[in-house]
Design a protein around this ligand. Sequence first.
Ligand code: HEM
Length: 504
Amino acid sequence: MGSPEQGTAKILTNRQGHPIVDNQNSRSVGESGPLLLENYNFLEKIASFNRERVPERVVHARGAGAFGTFRAYGRIGEEPAETYTRAKVLTDKERETEVFVRFSTVVGGGHSPETTRDPRGFATKFYTPEGNWDLVGNNHPVFFIRDPIKFPDLIHASRPDPVTNRFDPNRRFDWVSNTPEALLVTLMTSSMRGVPKGYRFMNGFGVHTFKLINAEGVATLVRFSWISQQGCHGFTQHEAHQVQATNIYHATEDLHQAIERGEFPAWELCVQLMSDDEHPELPFDPCDPTKVWPERDFPLLPVGRLVLNRNPQDYFTEVEQSAFSPGVVVDGIGMSNDKLLIGRTFAYSDSQRYRIGPNYLQLPINRPKCPVATNYGAGPMAYRVDSAAAGVDAHINYEPSGGNALREAPAVGVPHEPFVAGHVTHKKIARRDDYSQCRDFFHALSEFEQQDLLHNLVHFMMPVRRELQERMLAHFDRIDTAIGDAIGQGLGLRKAVPVPEAVS
Ligand code: HEM
């Protein structure tokens, strides 16, 4: 791979198809004379180079991708999958669905180290015959916020200071200490789960509450999880520093090399289910993405298996230009009242129209692998003529029409039509409880992981202002006074409680 073999090379051309006879010497007047502007090949080469970049993703810029397949088991728990959903990608066990997955870190730029302590993105595009389904998740089951209006502030607080361009932990802890809904994922990212050993060694989570909708139009609330068949493994902060000293691409390298070796990584897709109502009996809102659905009450039910078995041919064409959106679902999967999810459905395609261009869905990596027949078109870089592919009259780019034109599709199954009513308002959801699940998370960790987490938090908070340390300690106390005390002692703000002599 990669090394050009002498004698087998093909003729180099420019983008007009003209053979390039001299690719080493610009056209000039005499051997040392001025260059000529008529030199098309030179101008095209430099101009193309100047345009080799599109804007990075505003978040999740650093990533790696791979192709593979997904196959459903045909059952969800004890039931045929059709009991819950009419989405064939989840019900038809004879069908192998092509997928493309992009993993990523969030905050850093396109070439930032992959050892960073940051959530990891886990975005999957299913190319189904009913159109694409994008499941755009992370490696933690919860997110920092429950309202999309807070997202730019979360990202600004996580980024370098706008004046000094340096990371400043005061900014992040200032924001977190004023946003207690972010505590649970802050604990998760500060733990050993915060720096996965590689993309193969982490689970993925859809995070949001979606709906499964069956042929009768009946909906069930659902959360999606990808369970790694390689196991979950993370680095301690010390190990992460050691890797970062010599390799800032370790996760990309690991994924690519495993696939090259034929060790194809796999994940099992699982769902958790809840009936489609508000569940007043629960201490949390089922549509709150800052809360987990505890597995003891809502067990993981296997649905299918994903295998990644092919590396991209070209990073820019296939990985950089890939475009996912949580709003892209197939019939049988729907949106819930999760505010964050609905906010995201706008953000992604808007970003992609700017980042790649309005015709980004015509690119092979994003184009559905089923017929696409729209009346949209034109705009920069348009090349596909939908009407020609659909065999309709190209003069009729509107609907309705009595001619040989595109027309609306027949309905599939009974529509799901939830009833919604309420005052138009700006309000927080009622059930917030930002502390109990933090306590559960901490106590579910092994002794080693608890110590590692406490050590990391002390280390991260050591450089921040006293007033922010105090505010964070107040939150830790509300989670569990033992956590507040341990971190307070580590920061030198609280005295160690003397340990009683052991009585034999
Ligand atoms: C990427 C916005 C929350 C996971 C992006 C992008 C934007 C964005 C604008 C870049 C899209 C592109 O240019 O292709 C937001 C907003 C959020 C939000 C406004 C909240 C309101 C989340 C959550 C998750 C998540 C909750 C995980 C469940 C991802 C992933 C990518 C991404 C995995 C990278 C997709 C790829 O690999 O191309 N986000 N995001 N984001 N976001 Fe979010």
